[in-house]
Design a protein around this ligand. Structure first.
Ligand code: MN
Length: 216
């Protein structure tokens, strides 16, 4: 199973999709913008085992902010939402207020729709992500993807009922292994984050996500 994959962004996406459909029990294809979701879901259709979700990645918040209304509309018919979240790292912090407006609107909408499952990016912003989740009880289920923040914040997330998706790339760092070790075992799932995440220089494939299971 792969709970976070940018399957549409592999150079040979159609083949990766066909192979994943054959050999995997579950793939969560997260998109990075509402218009990308609209285009992708026409070509790579959602199936019983492949979920395709609308998102708005915090790294492109400034460029894609005008698509927020489209995302809120798409959310009505989607069981899963992602990739969404906040990025407080130096490169993206300049648009943090805008990211916060977008992410808050998405979580508020999830709440008003009766709950959604969300794949959430929280690089250098876990505290702010959790603050927003707390503001909207009943928003659904948060799956924090590739969590890299501190152990105390991981414990806070865990006590709030968050899930965690962990991939092979995360377990190559000492901090990643330390954080994985204190995650609640019953709420950890595997992810690839391919093709962005790499192993030995090659994009991690969806069917390689489960390589983390033994290590976990
Ligand atoms: Mn991602």
């Amino acid at each position: 199973m792969d709970f976070h994959c940018h399957l549409d962004l592999y150079p040979d996406a159609r083949n990766v999709y066909a192979e994943a459909q054959k050999k995997m029990d579950f793939v969560w294809l997260v998109t990075t913008s509402p218009r990308a979701f609209a285009a992708t879901s026409k070509v790579l259709r959602q199936t019983e085992s492949i979920v395709v979700s609308p998102g708005l990645h915090p790294e492109v918040a400034a460029q894609k902010a005008p698509e927020l209304e489209l995302l809120l509309h798409q959310m009505a018919d989607a069981v899963a939402i992602g990739e969404v979240g906040l990025d407080g790292s130096a490169r993206y912090r300049q648009h943090f207020d805008l990211q916060t407006q977008i992410f808050s609107a998405v979580i508020k909408r999830s709440q008003s729709l009766g709950g959604r499952v969300l794949s959430i990016h929280s690089r250098a912003a876990a505290n702010e992500v959790l603050d927003i989740l707390e503001q909207f009880p009943g928003f659904g289920t948060a799956v924090l993807h590739w969590f890299t923040d501190s152990a105390p914040l991981l414990r806070r997330a865990s006590s709030m009922g968050c899930w965690f998706s962990v991939g092979p790339a995360m377990l190559t760092s000492a901090n990643g292994r330390k954080l994985a070790a204190i995650m609640p075992m019953s709420r950890v799932v595997s992810e690839s984050d391919g093709p962005f995440a790499k192993a030995s220089g090659n994009p991690i494939m969806p069917w390689e996500a489960s390589n983390v299971e033994e290590q976990l």
